[in-house]
Design a protein around this ligand. Structure first.
Ligand code: KG4
Ligand code: ZN
Length: 327
């Protein structure tokens, strides 16, 4: 939840994480997620407005995530946003979740101008996107199977780390030795900008088979795995910069919080005469600030949603995509 001002920037943001609630189940339980949204939304709005020293009178519009994602959670957010907009007599706009991630670096002081190339790496998506303007997105490459964050989470599980284990795996990798386990670099031997990460967790499984899972071995596997993912992402970014001629590279999405990835991308950008941009870590993972920013840009550009409740479980970023569930 966040309050964003077109001139002043971000005025406040609040996050209620459901990670602890879902951890016991090893993944997100959709029904629990929706019910918790119902409980949390109203107090969070109050807190965000208080923090920003704003009230409903100073709000010009309401933005919400319209998809893609779990339909129950999306419906809760969409109904709530439409009700708020109706009660306040203000316009409402549904934002694409990935558009929020792509624009998140604009929340920072060092923010990229259009056009730029973006590596979007989250738990559900891994894409290289050319961003020419607000709403102008072209997907240059994407994963053919698992997303990078999903591969991190699955391998973290093999290493006995709690869900979602991406950040914990990265932490464990810090103390690992670099060359004890060398994992394949998927898709680097082929031209193009697509990714594939499902083989890496199998490679990790094979590496661990028959071994005593002592702390050193777990750290060394984490290190080898992280190197393989980061190296693959970095090389595809280098190729994308080369192919498109863009000189601004953005990294966004949960895996964008990975320190090692940022370092490798900074060196790729440097080598190509490009500049690297990323949001602070808390705005890499899912957050309300990026949706408030994207909504503000859309409302300023004249976008207006209807009060119909719009939620799309599947929604392509580029093109018109699927019609979602409109009530
Ligand atoms: O963008 P996000 O918060 O949610 C989705 O839209 O998916 O991304 C969450 C993903 C999870 O897979 C999580 O394990 C991963 O981002 N992640 C990380 C790190 N922090 C979060 N992966 C690697 N290194 C990190 N430091
Ligand atoms: Zn996300």
């Amino acid at each position: 939840m966040a309050v964003y001002d077109a001139q002043l920037g971000l005025l406040s943001h609040r996050l209620h994480s459901q990670v602890a609630m879902h951890q016991a189940y090893g993944g997100v339980v959709p029904e629990l997620a929706s019910r918790d949204h119902v409980r949390r939304l109203l107090p969070l709005v109050r807190e965000a407005l208080n923090d920003a020293r704003s009230d409903q009178g100073s709000i010009d519009g309401v933005a919400y995530t319209a998809g893609p994602g779990l339909i129950g959670a999306l419906l809760v957010g969409a109904s709530f946003a439409a009700s708020l907009a109706y009660a306040w007599g203000k316009p409402v706009v549904g934002v694409h979740h990935l558009e929020g991630h792509l624009l998140a670096p604009l929340l920072e002081a060092k923010s990229p101008a259009f056009p730029f190339l973006a590596l979007l790496v989250s738990g559900g998506h891994t894409q290289l996107v050319e961003v020419t303007a607000l709403g102008e997105y072209r997907i240059l490459g994407e994963t053919l199977d698992d997303a990078a964050g999903e591969a991190f989470d699955k391998t973290a599980k093999l290493l006995g780390l709690p869900y979602p284990g991406g950040a914990a795996l990265a932490q464990l990798a810090e103390s690992g030795r670099p060359n004890r386990f060398v994992f394949p670099r998927p898709m680097l031997d082929r031209p193009g900008l697509d990714f594939s990460f499902s083989g890496l967790k199998t490679a990790a499984l094979v590496a661990l088979r028959g071994r005593v899972l002592d702390d050193d071995t777990r750290a060394d596997v984490a290190r080898g795995f992280q190197e393989a993912v980061v190296e693959t992402l970095a090389e595809k970014c280098r190729r994308a910069l080369q192919l498109t001629g863009h000189r601004r590279l953005v990294v966004a999405g949960g895996v964008g919080a990975n320190r090692h990835l940022r370092e490798r991308l900074a060196s790729v950008a440097n080598g190509m005469g490009a500049e690297l941009y990323y949001p602070r870590s808390e705005f890499c993972t899912d957050n309300g600030a990026m949706i408030a920013l994207a909504g503000c840009l859309r409302l300023t550009a004249g976008s207006r949603g209807s009060l119909a409740i719009l939620a799309r479980a599947n929604w392509e970023l580029s093109g018109n995509g699927n019609r979602g569930l409109e009530l």
